[in-house]
Design a protein around this ligand. Structure first.
Ligand SMILES: *Cc1c(COP(=O)(O)O)cnc(C)c1O
Length: 308
């Protein structure tokens, strides 16, 4: 039933949709189906960490492609392809950087990969992206035998705790996943909620418009405080802090936490000097800026320092 609803909404063949217990489930199943000992899976330097975990869990070897300006780079990915490469995971846009690759670059990447390499386009944040050179990759997955697009109900739909994700893939990939997935991998409450949510286009429009407005506002305000912000097309911002005692990302996180604001440290992503801040309600966004403003000011006064 959920596959029918998704198929209708996107105009795609429901038999080529597989649902998972979150898209995380599908990312793991893809590694399980296509990777074994001796095989390599590629992901990018600051890419979503589930890829690394899924590759390792399947017994494969993770291969990291360096990024440029916190953005995935097609040439860097292609340079790491070997005859052992079986899968390339790419989050577009990526979490936690918020950056994306235009569709032309995705097509260039696909065109240069051999048909034996599965390209997994993880479009968890697709609904937030505004630039019109972006595509989630649905048309590539429709056309080619080695492209999968994954999506989730956890982000703009706001149903993360219900755990529903889906993928659109070639028939042979769907077939492989149906064989190895658990037969009861989704519960009926989650299926019903997701099917209702996909019809609720009004909610999606409101959420996307809210995000667009406050993403721009938050980027502007945080930049004005003198902090570097990586341009984001998603629903969060990566904010960079100077690696100085009292001014670092760790200090900022502690300061924010002490004021009741919980943000995401991203040291595990190779970004120890940054924090990821999600776009929230107007009240939350204004509170983050007020507290960061206080943090930046206090850091510049040695006597009025954080721990002083
Ligand atoms: C959140 C997220 C997902 C998966 O979320 P699920 O809740 O498992 O559907 C996948 N990829 C990226 C990049 C994400 O940020």
């Amino acid at each position: 039933m959920l596959r029918m609803a998704i198929g209708r909404r996107f105009g795609i063949d429901p038999t080529r949709i597989v649902c998972g217990n979150g898209s995380d489930d599908l990312l793991h199943l893809l590694a399980g189906a296509y990777l074994g000992p001796g095989d390599e899976g590629i992901y990018t330097e600051h890419g979503f960490l589930v890829y690394r975990i899924a590759i390792l869990a399947a017994g494969g070897t993770p291969v990291v492609a360096p990024e440029v300006n916190f953005t995935a780079n097609v040439d860097s990915i292609l340079a790491r392809v070997t005859d052992r490469t079986k899968i390339v995971y790419l989050a577009n846009p990526n979490n936690p950087t918020g950056t994306y690759l235009p569709f032309e670059e995705i097509r260039r990447l696909h065109a240069a990969l051999s048909p034996g390499v599965l390209l997994v386009l993880d479009a968890a944040y697709a609904e937030y992206v505004r630039p019109n050179d972006y595509s989630a990759g649905l048309e590539l997955a429709a056309m080619f035998e080695n492209v999968v697009m994954t999506r989730t109900f956890s982000k703009i739909h706001g149903l993360a705790a219900l755990r529903v994700g889906w993928m659109f893939a070639p028939a042979h990939v769907c077939d492989a996943l149906h064989r190895i997935r658990g037969p009861f991998n989704l519960n009926s409450a989650a299926l019903l909620a997701a099917a209702a949510s996909i019809e609720d286009t009004g909610h999606l429009e409101i959420a996307a418009a809210h995000n667009a407005k406050w993403l721009d506002w938050l980027s502007g305000e945080v930049s004005r405080l003198g902090l570097t912000v990586t341009p984001s097309v998603a629903n969060f911002l990566l904010i960079h802090f100077p690696p100085e005692p009292g001014k670092s990302a760790r200090d900022a996180e502690a300061f924010l936490t002490s004021r009741g604001i919980v943000v995401r440290g991203v040291g595990a992503y190779g970004l120890p000097e940054a924090l990821r801040v999600t776009i929230g309600t107007e009240e939350a966004n204004r509170a983050v800026v007020a507290v960061l403003s206080e943090f930046v000011a206090s850091g510049s006064n040695p006597k009025g320092g954080l721990r002083g």
